[in-house]
Design a protein around this ligand. Structure first.
Ligand code: DMJ
Length: 455
């Protein structure tokens, strides 16, 4: 039975590898790379034009109905802030200058509304800090500091684990059901704010949250995917590298490198070893990271997904390019299965479990880091497949649309702003000349906002 199942999986991998969008070109001349970088740049211009034409001043674009929408009662200019550093890196100077002025003359955080702190931190605080570093415009730092101060109440819980939401005007907090990703994804932005302003409180709050999370790991060094920030009790005990935990690991590695924080390094090493022991799963279809019980390490599901594809990038940064490369191959297999990756995929049956694709960037991010680390043109070939698939299945005349279902390719009327911040940025950087960004001392926050270690 088992060998028949393995043979079927292998057969489906071979068949998938032959699908039209999955043809992997093997060599790329400098001209070809340049052409591909230019195509990504054009696609960015297309998506941005859609936003400008139909959603200007709003947080984001609905690319099918050609309308804009805001996340909350007042706009926070998510798309502009998320897109600005990508525009700068791609050399859209005039567009970047006018967007910058719009942000600086229209953005205010003084609104009586609750916002999701995690998203506001990675998209807006990260974006403002990187825009400050790229332009030198002090007004960005002033806005970043104002936002940082408005977010601080989330950290004032009985456990030091942050609340989920904060009212930007009153500082009232709410939402106690949180998770490791929403607890451990502040250090890069808050740490940068500390280094740029000289005020220690930002770094300390973010670090204290992280240490309090670490204290709650299981006896075998794993984390669950839900925790209450008031009681400190786990509310979800499934361990994996996916949504709700993912960027905690990313910020441990980046925190260690960016701030030379030895606690982060030690915590990361312990987490990495536990993940390798219990969560990693070598199967006939390749290396995967599945789901296990955080207390026993027992496997509960053979599910991976689009968001998990950030992990090869983190492994590259942590110095394990070999495991990163093996894992990236599995994610590429997952992508090729339907020509786009699903949110959740069962790597035993090779079927999409949650079939949506929300224009996610993680697999491109990992291809970019692996290409920079190894110089292997295989990652350019992957990038070309990603670009072709995006154009074939997600492009609309109003911008780019998420997919409700990667099997049927049915579209959704939504273009997440991280498509402008991350997906197209990593694809562009994969093909663009290496000196477009010097990675020495430069770290992308989890929304791909580049932050330079100037300290
Ligand atoms: C982004 O908002 C961030 O990268 C986050 O950490 C999780 N993934 C989404 C995009 O997929």
């Amino acid at each position: 039975m088992r060998s028949t199942a393995s043979a079927l999986i292998l057969l489906s991998i071979i068949l998938c590898a032959g699908a039209p969008t999955a043809t992997a070109q093997s060599t790329f001349s400098p001209e070809e790379k340049e052409r591909l970088a230019a195509s990504v740049r054009e696609e960015f211009a297309h998506a941005w034009t859609g936003y400008k034409k139909y959603a200007w001043g709003h947080d984001a674009l609905r690319p099918i109905s050609k309308t804009g929408f805001n996340w909350y009662s007042a706009p926070l200019l998510m798309a502009q802030i998320d897109a600005l550093d990508t525009m700068i890196l791609m050399g859209f100077k005039a567009e970047a200058d006018s967007t910058r002025e719009y942000i600086l003359t229209h953005l205010s955080f003084d609104h009586d509304m609750y916002v999701k702190a995690f998203e506001i931190n990675i998209r807006l605080l990260g974006g403002l800090l990187s825009s400050y570093q790229l332009t030198g415009d002090e007004r960005f730092l002033k806005l970043a500091r104002d936002l940082g101060d408005r977010l601080i109440p989330i950290f004032q819980s009985p456990t030091g684990l942050p609340y989920v939401e904060v009212n930007l005007r009153t500082g009232a907090v709410r939402g106690t059901k949180t998770n490791p990703a929403e607890i451990g994804t502040y250090l890069i932005e808050f740490g940068t704010l500390t280094r740029l302003t000289g005020e220690a409180k930002y770094y300390n709050y973010a670090k204290y949250a992280l240490l309090n999370l670490y204290e709650r790991r299981s006896d075998i060094g794993l984390y669950g995917d839900g925790i209450d920030c008031v009681s400190g009790e786990w509310t979800g005990t499934t361990s994996h590298i996916s949504a709700c935990i993912d960027s905690y690991f990313e910020y441990l590695v980046k925190g260690a490198l960016m701030f030379e924080d030895t606690d982060c390094l030690a915590i990361w090493r312990e987490a990495q070893a536990a993940l390798k022991t219990y969560v990693a799963d070598s199967t006939a279809s390749g290396l995967w990271y599945g789901r296990v019980d955080m207390n026993t390490g027992k496997r509960t599901a053979t599910i991976a997904g689009a968001l998990d594809a950030f992990y090869p990038a983190v492994l590259v940064l942590a110095g394990d390019s070999k495991q990163a490369a093996a894992l990236q191959e599995s994610f590429f297999t997952m992508w090729k299965r339907h020509g786009l990756e699903p949110a959740e995929f069962d790597y035993t049956t090779m079927k999409a479990v949650k079939p949506g694709y929300y224009l996610n960037p993680e697999i491109m991010e990992s291809a970019f880091y692996l290409y920079r680390a190894t110089g292997d043109q295989r990652y350019l070939a992957m990038g070309k497949v990603f670009l072709d698939s995006l154009e074939a299945y997600c492009r609309t005349d109003g911008g780019y649309a998420e997919l409700k279902n990667v099997v049927t390719k049915e579209k959704m009327d939504r273009m997440e702003t991280y498509f402008l911040a991350e997906t197209l940025k990593y694809l562009y950087l994969l093909f663009a000349p290496e000196n477009t960004v010097n990675l020495d001392g430069l770290f992308f926050n989890t929304e791909a906002h580049p932050l330079r270690k100037t300290w």
